[in-house]
Design a protein around this ligand. Structure first.
Ligand code: ADP
Ligand code: MG
Length: 298
């Protein structure tokens, strides 16, 4: 673990993982957090999804109380670090921002309130955090969910995607937000795409071509693997339970890359037509190309 001194307190690395709901953000974030902890880093995992399940695998399968719930109970002034932070395996500090009741209020704004509260509590200094991983819902890139990028909370962005249209669509949309916000946040950049496989035909080719057009690269290919669910069923993660498996090595490689990555870029988002063309190039079976051509023409 990296020690922090009062005089030369290093600023932690601030990484955000964005992607479509259900694509594997929390799975990726919790496994990468575990892999970084195995590498000796003091990691803080901050779930920024109203689903509030980012940290469950690292908290014995139990949903932890969110910062917003605690603020609601105690008021922002009465908040203590131990109310909102749990120390998980490998010394990983777990936090859930939480969100409002469905239909009431803006979830994104709730995320900002939670992140500001963490700042005011001084959790980074208190725990000597080396890396913060934000796990952020990416279906709706409303001002609220983009706010962590705008306010400098997260600087290095990774997009989790499969080769499916809706996942690529969400990744492309988030890229638009990164491109726009990079004008005012010079340290903000896209670190790359994480292909979390769905075993879709030509998936690797599709995502590689998408990455190239987006002006970024695929930094890891996590295959569809039952080991993930097996570890999840034991309320654990692959790097802690199965570090020597092929998948354990994939997560270790991704964690190392994220810790060292200097290649942050401003993405070039695709137009809707270009995105559909990427899929159409590779969808030569099942009539999929016809359907995509129809969609592109509409
Ligand atoms: P998100 O956080 O993007 O909403 P999750 O990480 O919760 O999505 O993933 C949804 C489910 O998909 C998880 O419960 C996990 O079991 C499964 N899953 C994710 N990635 C993989 C994978 N590479 N192989 C097998 N199952 C996976
Ligand atoms: Mg999630």
């Amino acid at each position: 673990m990296t020690a922090t001194s009062k005089n030369a307190e290093p600023s932690p690395k601030k990484i955000a993982i964005y992607g479509k709901g259900g694509i594997g953000k929390s799975t990726t974030a919790s496994n990468v957090a575990a892999a970084m902890a195995v590498l000796g880093k003091r990691v803080m995992l901050v779930g920024c999804d109203p689903k509030q399940d980012s940290t469950m695998n690292l908290n014995h399968g139990v949903q932890m109380p969110s910062v917003l719930e605690r603020i609601f109970e105690r008021g922002a002034k009465g908040l203590r670090i131990e109310d909102v932070c749990i120390e998980g395996p490998g010394g990983i500090i777990l936090v859930e921002s939480g969100g409002p009741e469905p239909g009431v209020g803006c979830a994104g704004r709730g995320v900002m309130t939670a992140l500001q509260a963490l700042d005011e509590l001084g959790v980074v200094k208190h725990f000597g955090i080396d890396v913060i991983l934000y796990d952020v819902l990416g279906d709706v890139v409303c001002g609220g969910f983009a706010m962590p990028l705008r306010k400098g909370y997260a600087q290095e962005i990774y997009l989790v995607t499969s080769g499916e249209l809706m996942a690529l669509y969400a990744a492309n949309n988030i890229s638009k937000a990164i491109e726009r916000l990079s004008a005012t946040s010079p340290r903000l950049g896209l670190g790359g795409l994480i292909l979390n496989g769905r075993s879709v035909k030509s998936e690797v080719e599709i995502v590689n071509e998408f990455a190239e057009q987006l002006h970024t690269r695929v930094v890891a290919h996590i295959p569809r693997d039952r080991l993930i669910q097996q570890c999840e069923a034991r309320n654990s993660t692959v790097p802690f339970d199965e570090p020597d498996s092929a998948l354990g090595r994939v997560y270790a490689g991704l964690a190392t890359l994220m810790l060292e990555n200097q290649d942050l870029r401003i993405p070039h988002p695709l137009s809707r037509r270009e995105l559909l063309d990427v899929l159409a190039h590779h969808a030569s079976v099942d009539g999929a190309s016809d359907r995509l051509a129809e969609a592109a023409a509409s």
